[in-house]
Design a protein around this ligand. Structure first.
Ligand code: MLT
Length: 409
């Protein structure tokens, strides 16, 4: 019989969101008439921006003509999209990123996982706890960890604990690590980082020859103009950081699929014999072998996100979800709950009341308020005692969910 990848057997449970879906399905089967409100997975609900839709429709029509038809596109993405990204997302903020350093893809989740393909074994990997579970699970799958421990953590990973005591911002490690996952604005806690703190991370990475994997999928939700949107706003980061970005949450592309990864040509790794090698070269090699690019139609939709009307429509979407977040914050604070996040991120991170466990609170809200959220412990052992609500839903549903939760208190 064929041998399987035994690393998968180390995974503790199903991926968090399918696990929630399984529990919700079981509840709905027993309670078919109950109308659930889903504030669990961070999936957008509002219609696609008109500018993106019109651009995609025009691209479909173009593809229906002999002259406009396109087959395989460039694996790295069409140059016009990479130019729009480099100019609007980076150069406009004073960051030195060239179109050549942008790789268009179908998702940040995929890229932040696939990057392990070009990174060797034996790297000491640091993740925060709680953390977006993809960073941990993909390291487990790739054999970069030991077994699962009783605590819910994995042997071989360095965990950087987050709590209200450190404002959900990890301390710089006191030992050497090689790979550091950072996510700002943070999923799940909604915390943001300052330029000063990011500079400390960059300095640490430069001093220790470490690589920062910076997930900025939620940067559009930052409300304070002083806060950094990109790691490349920090001096020295071009030598030690890769950044992941996405059109999923700002332009509502979770179902359309388009994202990008920036790998500066100056980021280097080393071979087993100690020779310096460009990570850009390896990623380019990987993508041209394993990836055929994002469809022309979708890339035209993403490009339109940078048009003046696209920018205005995206701003409207982000404001809409952030208004939801402030409703969640206001109502739950009235209900006496302790809250974090939700000010520069579409996630509100809640301390569970009366020391309730995260999954107990999940069941409590599911059964008593018919609201689905995400148990903090699903993001790591240190997430126990917390609960995440997503602001991605209609205004009607968010208000109704809050009424139901407040009524329980
Ligand atoms: C979440 O709810 O954490 C997000 O949906 C994760 C993701 O974007 O993959």
């Amino acid at each position: 019989m064929v041998k399987v990848n035994g690393n998968y057997l180390k995974l503790k449970a199903g991926y968090l969101f399918p696990e929630i879906a399984r529990r919700v399905k079981a509840f709905s089967e027993v309670n078919p008439k109950v109308e659930l409100i889903r504030l669990g997975i961070g999936d957008v609900t509002e219609p696609l921006p008109e500018a993106c839709r019109e651009a995609m429709k025009a691209a479909v029509d173009e593809m229906g003509t002999l002259d406009g038809f396109r087959g395989y596109g460039p694996e790295q993405g069409y140059l016009w999209l990479r130019e729009a990204i480099a100019k609007n997302d980076f150069q406009a903020r004073g960051c030195e990123v060239s179109p050549d350093e942008v790789f268009v893809s179908d998702g940040s989740k995929c890229d932040s996982s696939n990057i392990l393909d070009v990174l060797g074994e034996g790297n000491r990997v640091a993740v925060t706890d709680p953390v977006y579970p993809v960073y941990v699970d993909t390291n487990v799958m790739a054999g970069r960890t030991g077994e699962a421990l009783q605590s819910g953590r994995y042997e071989g990973l360095s965990y950087l604990p987050l709590s209200s005591a450190n404002s959900f911002e990890a301390e710089i490690p006191d030992q050497k690590v090689d790979l550091i996952y950072l996510c700002f604005p943070n999923n799940p806690t909604g915390a943001v980082s300052t330029r000063e703190k990011l500079k400390e991370w960059v300095d640490y990475a430069l001093k220790n020859n470490a690589l920062i994997l910076f997930d900025a999928a939620y940067e559009a939700f930052i409300q304070d103009s002083q806060l950094p949107h990109s790691i490349y706003e920090i001096d020295g980061s071009r030598d030690c950081a890769i950044e992941f970005r996405s059109f999923s949450k700002n332009a509502g592309f979770t179902g359309v699929r388009c994202a990008f990864t920036v790998i500066p040509k100056t980021v280097k790794g080393k071979t087993s014999s100690g020779q310096e090698i460009s990570i850009w070269d390896l990623w380019n090699r990987r993508q041209s072998t394993k990836f055929n690019g994002v469809s022309y139609i979708v890339q035209r939709g993403a490009e339109a996100a940078y048009s003046p009307s696209g920018q205005a429509q995206i701003k409207g979407l982000v404001s809409f979800y952030m208004e939801n977040a402030s409703i969640i914050r206001r109502e739950l604070a009235h209900a006496g709950l302790t809250l974090f996040g939700g000010e520069h991120a579409p996630y509100v991170w809640i301390k569970t009341p009366d020391g309730m466990g995260s999954w107990d609170f999940f069941d409590h809200l599911l059964e008593k308020a018919n609201v689905v959220g995400t148990p903090g412990s699903g993001f790591g052992a240190a997430g126990e005692g917390y609960f995440r609500l997503s602001a991605f839903n209609s205004r009607f549903n968010v208000e109704k969910a809050m009424e139901r939760i407040v009524a329980l208190s």
